[in-house]
Design a protein around this ligand. Structure first.
Ligand SMILES: *Cc1c(COP(=O)(O)O)cnc(C)c1O
Length: 356
């Protein structure tokens, strides 16, 4: 028998979650965000499950090339645009859409020699202060792109910093409205949080990512609570049992010490597989479908779970680290992070298995 750890991926979940995005924003065109190897799910597998989207968005040029190679003929947007002129040429040849977020990228487009014009998403900085043209440069960026022979269609794009919390989007939306006054162009504003919470802003090209994988963009709600289905279930098994007497401890730093008799299962999954090392004792886990907790320090290849109240659990009993029956959002929250980070961190040594 091989090491029991695997990431099970259900392609029907992608279709369901895409349908939820359509229902939330029926008039939006949906760019399925498949950056970071489709949030750890495998680019081509996710793209196949999300083939009903109106296009894709990625960070990595090689991912865009792979999508084209595999027959995805619709729009593919590079969310950080091009980093050098050779990337612009690939964009032009493969009809990729490039974000342009500063005047340097405008100049690069002006100076490029391209076979065909490139469609551009002009990214505006409305307050996130990460990427985007500042208010004072919008007019000049727009004018230069408009008169550049290497530029095809133009779309105005922005990204919201606080769509998932009480501060909301209005402050950035006001900035966007001021910055785009007089420009009659299509827009792209909504990530998952915006699409679900402010569907009226999902007009034009929406850019849902995390929700398509069945996880939540919100700190206080799980994917299941939003009607989403987890695309990935990270599953492993018990590979050893330890019976701790009171005073015995388990794992590195003896971080967990038994106060009474504790039956511990050792599970084949550690931080080298992508499980967060900082997940503390008490982080939820499913053993044979029943909820229990991890105990002690997560190590590189293993973690330990409390089987004291699961006497039927033994060697080879299946363990779900997250996914069906245990939202990744809950595990992430126990570990002080977000579902996004856990999904993206699943290591390449973990085999991905298609369930349907
Ligand atoms: C990653 C990303 C998204 C998707 O965000 P989710 O929160 O996963 O929906 C949308 N837009 C941009 C610019 C991104 O970088």
């Amino acid at each position: 028998m091989s090491r029991p750890l695997r990431a099970l991926v259900r392609r029907t979940a992608f279709r369901h979650n895409l349908e939820m995005a359509r229902r939330a924003a029926p008039h939006a065109r949906l760019l399925a965000v498949v950056k970071a190897n489709a949030y750890g799910h495998g680019l081509l597998r996710a793209a196949e499950g999300l083939a009903g989207a109106d296009g894709f968005a990625v960070l990595e040029l090689d991912a865009a090339v792979r999508l084209r190679d595999h027959g995805h003929a619709g729009p593919i947007v590079l969310l950080e645009g091009c980093f050098d002129p050779s990337e612009l040429r690939v964009c032009s040849e493969l009809r990729l859409t490039a974000a342009v977020h500063n005047l340097e990228q405008v100049a690069m487009l002006e100076q490029a020699r391209l076979a065909a014009p490139i469609d551009v998403f002009l990214k505006l900085n409305t307050g996130m202060n990460r990427l985007g043209v500042p208010p004072a440069q919008v007019a000049v960026a727009h004018a230069r792109l408009r008169s550049c022979a290497n530029v095809g269609s133009l779309t105005l794009m922005t990204h919201f910093a606080t769509a998932d919390d009480a501060r909301g989007v209005q402050w950035q939306l006001d900035a966007f409205t001021r910055m785009t006054a007089g420009l009659d162009l299509p827009v792209s504003m909504a990530n998952s949080a915006v699409l679900l919470r402010y569907p009226q802003l999902a007009r034009g090209w929406a850019r849902p990512g995390i929700m398509l994988y069945g996880a939540s963009p919100f700190p206080d709600r799980t994917g299941i609570e939003l009607g989403l289905e987890p695309a990935m279930t990270l599953e492993s098994g018990v590979i050893a049992i330890q019976e701790l007497e009171p005073g015995d401890s388990v794992g590195y730093s003896a971080a967990f010490t038994a106060g009474e008799r504790v039956r511990v299962g050792v599970v084949a999954c550690g931080y080298a597989d992508g499980y967060p090392r900082h997940a503390p004792t008490g982080t939820p886990v499913l053993v044979a479908g029943r909820r229990t907790r991890i105990v002690g320090r997560v190590s590189m290849d293993m973690l330990c779970v409390d089987l004291t109240h699961l006497p039927q659990a033994g060697l080879a009993t299946p363990v779900v680290l997250w996914g069906e029956g245990l939202p990744v959002d809950e595990v992430a929250s126990a570990a002080g992070t977000i579902g996004y980070e856990l999904l993206c961190a699943v290591a390449s040594r973990v085999p991905i298995v298609d369930l349907d």
